[in-house]
Design a protein around this ligand. Structure first.
Ligand code: NAP
Length: 294
C-alpha cells in the first residue's frame, strides 16, 4: 500500500505551460513581439526526432514561434557553428537548443559553448553555470528546474531541509545542487564513490535520484515522510513484452515510506519541456530588458 502522495508531473507541467501561454500573450499585446525557440537537430536519431517534434508542438501551443533546423548527419562542425552564429544574430530567435547527441565527428562542447549565453535555454553554457552558482539571474538547466518545481508543489518552503542528490552530472546533479542551495537546503551530492550511500540517503528530507540505474534507491533507504524526486528514465526489458520505463527509485517500496514521490513515467519527464519553454520566455524577457516573470 502506498503511503505517499503521488506527484503528478503531467498536471504540474500543464499548469506551467498554461502560465507561460498567458505570459506570452501578455508580452505580445504589451510589447508586440513573439518569443522564438530555434531547435537544431543533426542526424536521424529516432529518440531525438521524437523530442524535437514534441518540443516544436509544445512551443507552438504556448503561442511562441518554433524554428526547426534539421540537418543531415554528414553536416560538418563548421556548418553547425555557422548556423549557431546566424541564430545568435537573429533577433526573432530568443532561445537556441542544439539537440544532443551530435554526430561523433562534431565537438559537442564547442557547439554548445558557441551559443550566445543570453539564448542558451538549456542552461549548459559555462556563463550560465557560473551565474547560477553565484546567484545572478541565469538560465538554469531544464530537468533540475522541473524537479525543483515538483518538490515545491509538495512543500513551497524547502528552507532547512536536508537534501540528498544522487548523481553529479552537469545536466542534472550539479545544477540541482545549486538550485537547492538557493532554496536554503542543506545539500549533499552523492555519487559512485560515496561510502554507505544508503545511510546518506536515509538522512534526507528530500531525495533527488539522478543515477541512471533502474530501481537503484530502495524503499528502506528512504526516511519516512521524505519527498522523493525520481529523475531516472531507464528502459528495462520485460520478459515476453515491450521495454518498460523505470525510474532510479524502486517506486512501490519507496512510495510505502515516502511522504510524496514522483512516478516514472509521468513525473519529472513532462517537466523538462515545460521548463524549456519557461527558459525561452525568460530569455526573451531578458533580451528585451523586461522584468522576468517566467
Ligand atoms: P549520468 O551523466 O550518467 O550521471 C549519473 C550519475 O550517477 C553520476 O554522477 C554517477 O557518479 C552517479 N552514479 C552512477 N552509479 C552510481 C552508484 N552506483 N552509486 C551512486 N551514484 C552513482 O546521468 P544523467 O545524465 O545525470 O542522468 C541520470 C538519469 O536521469 C538517467 O536515468 C537519465 O536518463 C535521466 N534523465 C532524465 C531526464 C528527464 O527529462 N526526466 C533528463 C536528463 C536525464 P560518478 O559521477 O561518480 O560517475
Amino acid at each position: 500500500m502506498s503511503g505517499a502522495s503521488i506527484i503528478d508531473g503531467k498536471a504540474v507541467a500543464a499548469q506551467v505551460r498554461a502560465d507561460i501561454a498567458g505570459k506570452v500573450e501578455a508580452l505580445k499585446s504589451a510589447h508586440g513581439f513573439t518569443p522564438g525557440l530555434a531547435v537544431v537537430l543533426v542526424g536521424e536519431d529516432p529518440a531525438s526526432q521524437v523530442y524535437v517534434r514534441n518540443k516544436g508542438q509544445q512551443t507552438k501551443e504556448v503561442g511562441m514561434n518554433s524554428i526547426e533546423h534539421k540537418l543531415p548527419d554528414t553536416t560538418s562542425e563548421a556548418e553547425i557553428l555557422a548556423l549557431v552564429d546566424s541564430l545568435n544574430k537573429d533577433a526573432g530567435v530568443h532561445g537556441i537548443l542544439v539537440q544532443l547527441p551530435l554526430p561523433k565527428h562534431v565537438n559537442s562542447e564547442k557547439v554548445l559553448n558557441a551559443i550566445d549565453p543570453a539564448k542558451d535555454v538549456d542552461g549548459f553554457h559555462p556563463v550560465n553555470v557560473g551565474r547560477l552558482w553565484v546567484g545572478e539571474p541565469a538560465l538554469a538547466p531544464c530537468t533540475p528546474t522541473g524537479s525543483l518545481i515538483l518538490a515545491k508543489s509538495v512543500q513551497e518552503n524547502l528552507s532547512g531541509m536536508n537534501a540528498v542528490i544522487i548523481g553529479r552530472s552537469n545536466i542534472v546533479g550539479k545544477p540541482m545542487a545549486a538550485l537547492l542551495l538557493r532554496e536554503n537546503c542543506t545539500v549533499t551530492v552523492a555519487h559512485s564513490r560515496t561510502k554507505d550511500i544508503q545511510s546518506v540517503v536515509k538522512g534526507a528530507d528530500l531525495v533527488v535520484a539522478a543515477v541512471g540505474i533502474a530501481e537503484f534507491v530502495k524503499g528502506d533507504w528512504i526516511k519516512p515522510g521524505a519527498i522523493v524526486i525520481d529523475v531516472g528514465i531507464n528502459r528495462v526489458e520485460v520478459p515476453g513484452g515491450k521495454a518498460k520505463l523505470k525510474g532510479d527509485v524502486a517506486f512501490a517500496e519507496a512510495a510505502a515510506v515516502a511522504g510524496a514521490i514522483t512516478p516514472v513515467p509521468g513525473g519529472v519527464g513532462p517537466m523538462t519541456i515545460a521548463c524549456l519553454l519557461k527558459n525561452t520566455l525568460q530569455a526573451a524577457q531578458m533580451q528585451h530588458g523586461l522584468e522576468i516573470t517566467a
